[in-house]
Design a protein around this ligand. Sequence first.
Ligand code: FPP
Length: 246
Amino acid sequence: MSLKDEIKLDRLPRHVAIIMDGNGRWAKQKGNVRLFGHKNGVKAVREVTEAAAELGVPYVTLYAFSTENWNRPKAEVEGLMSLLVSTIADETPTLIKNNISLRVIGNQSLPPQVKAKLDECISNTAHCSRMTLTLALSYSSRWELTNVAQQIASEIKNGKLTPEEVDENTIQERLATSYMPDPELLIRTSGEYRISNFLLWQIAYSELYFTPTLWPDFRKDDFYKAILDFQSRERRFGMTSEQIQQ
Ligand code: FPP
C-alpha cells in the first residue's frame, strides 16, 4: 500500500501551513549559491500544491518570504523576487487548469513588478474553488497583529467599536488570514524547531510537524507522511481524552 492510500480522506486537515526551510543549506551541500536552492525549492512547491489538491486539502499556506528576509544580501533578495515573478507567470495556467486560487498575505511593500504579477495571478484565479494556495510574502505575524491592534484602536476612536466588545472574534476577523480556517497542521522542513514569526495567533491549536528534509528535497511522499502523522494524533483542544472520544 502506498503512503497516499493510508491517508484517511475524511480526516484531512482543512488547512496546512508550511515553513519552507533549508534551501540555502541544500545549495551549499552541492557547492552552489543560495539562489540555486531557492530555484530547486520551486519543484517542492509544485509537488506540495499538487499533492494537497489531489487529496482534497482546501487551504495551503506557504511562508515564502518573511519581513526579516529583506535583510538578506541584495543579490539573494533580487534573485528571489525575480524567481517569484517567473514562477507565478509559469504556473498561473496550471493553477487555473487545476482550479486553484492564489492569495497573498503580507505587508504588500513588494517591488512593483512582483506586485503586478501577483495581482494578475490573483485576479485570474479568483474564480477557482478547489483549493486556495496562499503565499505569505513580506509577512510576519507581529506585523499582522500590530496591524490588527491599530485597526481596532482606530475603530474604537471612531466610535464603531467599544473596548468591551473586543473579543477573540474581533481579532480573528481582522487577521490577514480571515478568509480561511486556522491551520490544523504546520510543517517546518530542514530540522529547525522554530516558528519564525509565522501565524502566531492562528497556530494556537495546530499540530506541529518537523522534518529534517531540506525544502528542495520535499516531495509528495514527505507531505503524505506529515498528513499521516497528523492523523495519528489526538487533538484535545484543552479537553481530556475521554471527552474527545464521546
Ligand atoms: C528558506 O530557506 C526559503 C526561503 C526564504 C524562500 C522560499 C522560496 C522558494 C521555495 C522559491 C519560490 C517560492 C514560490 C512560492 C514560488 P533558507 O534560504 O532560509 O535556507 P537555509 O536555512 O538553509 O539558509
